[in-house]
Ligand binder design. Structure first.
Ligand SMILES: Nc1ncnc2c1ncn2[C@@H]1O[C@H](COP(=O)(O)OP(=O)(O)O)[C@@H](O)[C@H]1O
Ligand SMILES: NC(=O)OP(=O)(O)O
Length: 314
């Protein structure tokens, strides 16, 4: 692969699987950083983004449980900024170590990033973004008793999860800062957790309680910083049609017209693979020569060697 400016969006398993302790998440990110450094070793300009669904939901629970009148729980937009800080800290620390081991002298820094959304976005009336832990039926009913305003969905046979609004990103407020960092050989971590949702008023940006999808936010950032490539890392090496069926078939190099026909027939699960595919299409469609890749963290080395993974082109 030629040297490129690459935005890499990290999926959930890159940070948190079962153990939600700081130690376990830091250990996962140390492992993740080994793969991310491969992009830098090959001379690419790297920009990192990450999800926060499990972490922001857990933080909300901690906030709510410990709150008092004098020490109130923070609102969701502030919680998103807090997860940008905590995950950013773990990641820049882990990346620092791996870069040093590789003999690369490049600072890594987290940008608390605000992302503009539309106050009229229908998503505010229809929460769809799952956050925090999974509950069984009893646990979910208990949560509803304590917090009647919470809404839950059944998440792919794995249990119930709280859902919050997830408006579409319109603009990344700090994208110029991110681009300046990249031009100065700094590796930025930006739009963590999809960015802090804000709406624009005449003179201000005002936080809104929501969690933006990190794949859509990463796409918007990639456009704004003139990236050549959007890489979405998740738990599978490829996108599949007929996923998990005996006749499943992996997609390798595919153009956006073909991918759109697969979307129309419901090949990609809502809330998991569909947003990734849609973000990939948006990036390729909205840029002159941009390509998007969906693959796994473990496949990064192979992708950089021989382009394996699902590659979305015009
Ligand atoms: N058509 C498909 N091809 C590949 N994976 C799919 C497909 N449909 C659903 N998936 C599932 O979507 C998952 C990725 O979504 P998700 O776990 O929500 O992403 P993230 O890694 O960002 O947390 C994959 O690991 C896979 O289990
Ligand atoms: N904000 C966001 O999309 O997080 P997850 O990828 O962890 O769901």
């Amino acid at each position: 692969m030629d040297k490129k400016r690459v935005v890499v969006a990290l999926g959930g398993n890159a940070i948190l699987s079962k153990d939600a302790s700081a130690e376990a998440q830091q250990a996962a990110l140390r492992d993740t950083s080994k793969y991310l450094v491969e992009f830098v070793k090959k001379g690419n300009e790297l920009i990192i983004s990450h999800g926060n669904g499990p972490q922001v939901g857990n933080l909300l629970l901690q906030q709510t449980a410990g709150s008092t009148k004098d020490n109130p729980a923070m609102p969701l937009d502030t919680d998103v900024s807090m997860t940008q800080g905590s995950i950013g800290y773990w990641l820049q620390n882990a990346m620092g170590t791996e870069l040093k081991k590789a003999g690369i002298d490049k600072p890594v820094a987290t940008v608390v990033t605000q992302v503009v959304v539309d106050e009229a976005d229908e998503a505010f009336k229809n929460p769809t973004k799952p956050i925090g832990p999974f509950y069984d039926e009893k646990g979910m009913q208990q949560q509803k008793l304590e917090h009647p305003e919470y809404e839950f969905v059944e998440d792919a046979g794995r249990g119930f999860r709280r859902v919050v609004p997830s408006p579409k990103p319109i603009d990344v407020v700090e994208s110029d800062v991110v681009e300046i960092m990249v031009k100065n050989k700094i590796i930025p971590i930006s739009v963590g957790g999809g960015g802090v949702p804000v709406i624009k008023t005449t003179n201000s940006l005002v936080g809104k309680e929501a969690v933006i999808d990190k794949d859509f936010a990463s796409e918007k950032l990639a456009e704004k910083v003139n990236a050549d490539m959007l890489v979405i890392l998740t738990a599978v090496d490829n996108v599949y049609i007929n996923f998990n069926k005996p006749n499943q078939k992996k997609l390798e190099k595919i153009n956006i017209a073909e991918l759109k026909t697969y979307i129309k027939v419901g090949q990609f699960a809502k809330g998991s693979m569909l947003p990734k595919v849609e973000a990939a299409i948006d990036f390729v469609q909205n840029t002159k020569n941009g390509s998007a890749i969906i693959t796994s963290l473990q496949n990064v080395g192979k992708f950089l060697e021989d382009g394996s993974g699902t590659i979305i082109v015009k």
